[in-house]
Every structure is written in structure tokens, then in C-alpha cells.
Design a binder for this molecule. Structure first.
Ligand SMILES: NC(=O)C1=CN([C@@H]2O[C@H](COP(=O)(O)OP(=O)(O)OC[C@H]3O[C@@H](n4cnc5c(N)ncnc54)[C@H](O)[C@@H]3O)[C@@H](O)[C@H]2O)C=CC1
Ligand SMILES: C[N+](C)(C)CC(=O)CC(=O)[O-]
Length: 334
């Protein structure tokens, strides 16, 4: 581990209390995840109905989390909703910020969290794409600020992409990566900033093509979704696009695949420039999704998705409590 130039919390395995700032889709998902892993959580969100929504989200996630296996002592009662940001982060060893994706707001909020959190707490942002270098500009202690980019819902999708900014202390990045692993996440630690990190760069390429096809009337939302769920998506749950394509080369593997299909890289399969997200495209996407939902409510789709992810995790042997507070306590490591 790199020698820290800033105070750090206790070893990641000893962390017991985290704060979540912003409690919408992702912040609420983080709250559910940390509670299920046996942490006590303090949350803060300025919306007047935030507590009610947060508790509803946690309650809706709890059956899935129970199926996955709760850590010993895990309870929704270990959630405290604070009335101020300062109160929420006051005793935190780790803070996960999940406020709206607006650069100015993140800059200001991260500076406030930094001013209020204990000197040794590490602070992560859930941002989907801003580099931490652009967000840490106002914080007095930028060394402890980093990105911990989750996937929706954070209580089921294992991946977190961890990356610091130019002023982040490398030891804080290493500490956070170990902390997320101890909290049961699957971590990719990046050693340099990249807009969109790794997974969102890939997702965005696919997403742009999807929007182009809907915009041009070339495919429906239903076609696009089926093309993934009935096709490549089935493979991607357990084998990434590179290895999957290596198998497209038969016994010749990736080498043959590139020799065979490499020239088609030059053919105009992708458009890459984003289409204008005008109101016609917006309507086409929204109506297409309504049609594809076929009467299912968002809550029903969330339950369906959660069950689907659990089934995939189970089928691919990735359902384990390793890394949870309980697992560590059982093994005597805590
Ligand atoms: N929705 C998604 O699929 C994913 C989102 N993210 C990132 O997570 C972050 C949050 O996004 P969502 O949860 O989707 O948004 P959301 O709109 O569901 O939730 C944002 C929450 O932040 C609260 N908020 C507003 N102003 C605030 C402030 N000044 N301080 C603290 N909280 C404030 C809102 O009341 C709301 O509850 C964003 O940075 C986003 O890029 C990351 C991965 C996936
Ligand atoms: C839509 N999104 C860009 C906010 C999605 C993510 O950042 C990750 C995810 O959950 O796919």
C-alpha cells in the first residue's frame, strides 16, 4: 500500500459506519447495500419527501437482499436519516455522495462534505462520468476525494469503478478500493481519469447507436432491447465482449477473428457522434419504453430486474457473502 500523505480511516475491514449524501435511485441503493452488509448508515437528502422515499426504496430492496444473504446484525433499523448534511457526515468513516449529476452542485457539495466530515474519512462520489479533477476544485482537503462509480442498483450489481483526481492521494484510492471489496463489491481501480470511466464509455457507445436507430426509424425500442437480452447480453453476464469475440475466431481465437472480421471495422457500422436529443426522439424513446413495458409499472420492472440479476448471479456462481461484515466476523478477521 502507498504511504498516505493524509489521515485515513481505520483499515477498511474495521469500518462500521458510513454516510450517504443524496438518497435518490443510487444513494438509496447504496444505503440498502451498506445496511444489508451490516453497516450502520446515516443518510441526508434535502428533498422534503426524501426520508419516505428512501425507506420505501430500502423496503423494496430488502426481499432481494434477504435472498442474497444478509450480514449478521444487518437491519433497516440501522438507518438514521439526518436533518442536516453536517449531522449526517459527522461520525462517518466513509461518505458516498450521490447527488444530481451537475458539476457545480457536486463541487459545492463535496467541499461542504469535506468541511464537515471527520479529518480521516474518505469521500467518494457516485458520478457517472465527471472526472474527480473537475469536482475537487473547492475542497480544502482534495486528497481524500475520489470517484466510486456504481451500477444500478448498487445493492445488486457488484461493480464499482474507483479512480482519483489529480489532487487525490493515491493511498485514499487504494483504501477505498479495499473498503468497497470488504463491503462486498467487485472493484476496478483505474490509475488514470477517463471520461465515463470504463463501463460507461462502453455503454455510451451502444446507447448512442440505439438512439440513432430509434431516431431514424430503423429499429423499435423493443427490437433494441431484445437484440441484447436474447443475444449478446446472455453472454456478457459472465464473459466480456473481448473474450466472447475471441470465441468468434473458432480455434484461431482472437487472432483469426481479427484477420477475418478486422476489415469490417472500417465499414460504417457505428455513427458514434450522438444524435440530437430533440423532443421527437425523446417521445419516441419514452413511448417505445411504455410499449415495451407492456403495462408493467416501474416497481414491477424493478422487482423483475432484481430477480433477474439474482438468478444470473446464482447461475454463474457469484452469490457469496464473502466480504460482508458478517463474513469477516464469522471468519474472525474483523
Ligand atoms: N441512475 C443511475 O443509473 C446511476 C446514477 N449514478 C450517479 O449517481 C448520482 C445520483 O444519481 P441518481 O440517484 O440517479 O439521481 P436521483 O435524481 O435519483 O437522486 C438524486 C438525489 O439527490 C438529492 N439532492 C438534490 N440536491 C442535493 C444536494 N445539494 N445535496 C445532496 N442531495 C441532493 C435529490 O433530492 C435526490 O434525492 C449522480 O451523480 C449519477 O450520475 C451512477 C450510476 C448509475
Ligand atoms: C445511465 N447512467 C449513465 C447513469 C448509468 C450509469 O452510470 C451506470 C449504470 O447503472 O449503468
Amino acid at each position: 500500500m502507498t504511504e498516505p500523505h493524509i489521515p485515513l480511516p481505520p483499515p477498511p475491514e474495521e469500518v462500521r459506519h458510513v454516510a450517504c449524501v443524496g438518497a435518490g435511485v443510487i444513494g438509496g441503493g447504496w444505503v440498502a447495500h451498506f445496511l444489508a452488509r451490516g453497516y450502520s448508515v446515516t443518510a441526508w437528502d434535502p428533498a422534503p419527501d426524501a426520508e419516505e422515499k428512501l425507506r420505501r426504496l430500502v423496503d423494496a430492496a430488502w426481499p432481494a437482499l434477504t435472498q442474497l444473504g444478509l450480514a449478521e446484525g444487518a437491519s433497516t433499523e440501522r438507518l438514521t436519516v439526518a436533518s442536516t448534511l453536517e449531522e449526517a457526515v459527522a461520525g462517518a468513516q466513509f461518505v458516498q455522495e450521490s447527488a444530481p449529476e451537475k458539476l457545480e452542485l457536486k463541487r459545492e457539495l463535496l467541499a461542504r462534505i469535506d468541511a464537515a466530515a471527520p479529518a480521516e474519512a474518505v469521500i467518494a462520489s457516485s458520478t457517472s462520468g465527471y472526472p474527480m479533477t473537475d469536482m475537487q476544485t473547492r475542497a480544502a482537503n482534495p486528497g481524500r476525494l475520489l470517484v466510486g462509480h456504481p451500477f444500478n442498483p448498487p445493492y445488486l450489481i457488484p461493480l464499482v469503478e474507483v479512480v482519483g483526481g489529480e489532487r487525490t492521494d493515491r493511498a485514499a484510492v487504494e483504501w477505498a478500493s479495499r473498503f468497497y471489496e470488504a463491503a462486498g463489491k467487485s472493484v476496478i481501480t483505474m490509475d488514470r481519469e477517463l471520461p465515463g470511466f470504463i463501463a460507461n464509455r462502453l455503454q455510451e457507445a451502444l446507447w448512442r447507436e440505439a438512439l440513432h436507430m430509434v431516431n431514424n426509424g430503423e429499429a423499435t425500442v423493443r427490437d433494441i432491447d431484445a437484440s441484447i437480452t436474447e443475444g449478446p447480453g446472455l453472454r456478457w453476464a459472465f464473459m466480456g465482449p473481448c473474450l466472447t469475440f475471441a470465441l468468434a475466431g473458432g480455434e484461431g481465437g482472437m487472432g483469426h477473428m481479427l484477420d477475418h472480421f478486422g476489415p469490417s471495422l472500417k465499414s460504417p457500422w457505428t455513427r458514434l457522434e450522438a444524435p440530437e436529443l430533440d423532443s421527437a426522439l425523446r417521445t419516441a424513446m419514452v413511448e417505445g419504453c411504455d410499449e415495451a413495458a407492456d403495462g408493467r409499472t416501474i416497481a414491477q420492472l424493478v422487482a423483475e430486474r432484481d430477480q433477474g440479476v439474482i438468478d444470473v448471479l446464482r447461475a454463474t456462481g457469484r452469490l457469496s457473502g464473502a466480504g460482508s461484515v458478517a463474513a469477516r466476523e464469522r471468519s474472525g478477521d474483523a
